[in-house]
Design a protein around this ligand. Structure first.
Ligand SMILES: Cc1cc2nc3c(=O)[nH]c(=O)nc-3n(C[C@H](O)[C@H](O)[C@H](O)COP(=O)(O)O)c2cc1C
Length: 429
């Protein structure tokens, strides 16, 4: 990735007065040595090699992904990471106002920290949906200003809102008035027709007046009306430098970068430039990445050390949902990547896809019998990775007191099993 390139405040040519002003301010803040806000004391500084990340901070998140990051995926992810912030799929405000609220908003407390992503264009609807979500106690309300799908665009939601920053500011204000939690914005670096760095600066300048707690910026423009959502995640080139530069121009604004991140190493690189990193597809397709983040970034043991432990933890969870009337496939479909790249991957995929039995326990028991022992019992985080941890964090494999405690996610039988799962929309397909 282009993380090795240093983008400092010396970057010029934005042409905007406001931007020029912020560049002047920025020069005084030693922008060149960036790092996670979690680690800043006063000014901005680069994290030292042995410095661990405070437990209260969540500088890495798993992106909102429609039909993927539902409550079952999030529960499954918590078997491998405590520290990463999780996001719901986008929930349209109309679904909260007029649909089965419990189904769309219910979640297990083990999922904390978890943010609710709202998709809405009407100020009154965003206000009301936020108000109705408040009792569920999400840790953050996030507004989707980045979805490029035609269907979403027809409703005036998503990336098309980047063309109207004043309106986005009104949406942020509406949400903020109705929650005690931080309200954040997930956007792109631009949309076709408004794709210059100056346009992005103008967007942030105007929206930040409404007080969002963070901008998560997918480092690609969205091409509206030209590319489908999948193409919009791959075709427009990544412009990480625009996001780094944004952090330089707005040093006091919490900036999270998103797009194309696939490894802990890349996360570390980005954290030299911005406050946070959001990972989407890589975390879903290869869930072991969650455990790698836990070990290599936070210097802590993941809740489950092996695939066998993950599968054993899943059994009672799936069983409880089965008993509540929900078939196993709704849950185990999220585990397809668990064995990715390891011997037995094909057998696992075969077992966990297609026409699945209603009951999940026998299916998972069969998987435990059929998968190679090495794959089941090897650490989710490889030895090399652990060695890297010792070098990079200086933690010498010493887990914190909290991480050494056996910390199992709450079993489904203990939780409320509130609501049912299912996708909220198909906007991203
Ligand atoms: C299947 C799928 C569904 C997505 N759904 C959403 C969504 O509901 N809300 C949203 O803001 N972004 C959504 N995205 C975009 C991701 O949040 C993320 O911005 C994008 O995948 C780029 O990050 P990545 O390269 O790490 O995957 C979705 C992406 C995928 C692959």
């Amino acid at each position: 990735m282009s993380g090795s390139i240093r983008y400092g405040c010396a970057v010029t040519g934005t042409g905007s007065d406001m931007c020029a002003e912020s560049r002047i301010n920025t020069r005084e803040t030693s922008c060149d040595s960036g790092g996670s806000s979690a680690l800043r004391s006063g000014g901005w500084r680069r994290r030292g090699p042995g410095e661990s990340i405070p437990h209260s901070e969540h500088p890495v998140s798993i992106a909102p992904m429609m039909d993927r990051t539902d409550r079952h995926y999030r529960w499954f992810a918590r078997l491998m990471t405590r520290r990463v912030m999780l996001y719901t799929e986008m929930v349209a405000t109309g679904a909260i106002l007029y649909g089965d609220r419990e189904r769309h908003l219910g979640f297990d407390p083990i999922e904390h920290p978890v943010a609710l992503q709202l998709g809405g264009a009407e100020v009154s609807e965003v206000a009301e949906a936020t108000r109705l979500a408040e009792p569920y106690a999400y840790d953050e309300i996030n507004l989707n200003i980045g979805c490029p799908s035609d269907r979403v665009q027809e409703r005036g939601i998503g990336a098309c809102l980047m063309r109207d920053p004043e309106h986005v500011a009104r949406l942020v204000e509406a949400a903020r008035r109705n929650t005690s939690k931080p309200v954040t914005v997930k956007c792109r670096i631009g949309v076709n027709g408004k794709e210059s760095y100056d346009d992005l600066v103008r967007f942030v300048q105007l929206v930040r007046k409404a007080g969002p707690a963070r901008f998560t910026v997918h480092a690609r423009i969205a091409v509206l009306g030209g590319l489908n959502p999948k193409e919009n995640r791959d075709v427009p080139p990544l412009r990480y430098e625009d996001v780094y530069r944004l952090k330089c121009d707005f040093p006091e604004v919490d900036i999270e970068i998103n797009g194309g991140v696939t490894s802990v190493h890349q996360v570390r690189e980005h954290l030299q430039h911005v406050d946070r990193v959001m990972i989407g597809r890589a975390a879903y397709d290869r869930p072991a990445l969650c455990a790698e983040l836990e070990v290599d970034l936070f210097g802590e043991e993941p809740p489950c050390a092996t695939r066998r432990e993950v599968i054993e933890e899943l059994m009672p969870y799936v069983e409880a949902w089965n008993q509540a009337g929900h078939p196993a496939n709704r849950i185990v479909r999220h585990t397809l990547g668990l064995v990715a790249g390891r011997p037995g991957a094909r057998a696992w995929r075969r077992l966990m896809s297609g026409r699945l039995p209603y009951q999940g326990r026998p299916l998972l028991e069969r998987a435990l019998r059929e998968l190679p022992r090495d794959t089941l019992d090897e650490p989710l985080v490889s030895g090399a990775s652990l060695r890297e941890r010792e070098m990079v964090t200086g933690s010498s494999g010493q887990a914190s007191e909290e991480s050494r405690r056996p910390c199992r996610p709450r079993r489904a039988g203990d939780s409320l099993l509130a609501g049912i799962d299912g996708s909220h929309d198909t906007a991203y397909q």
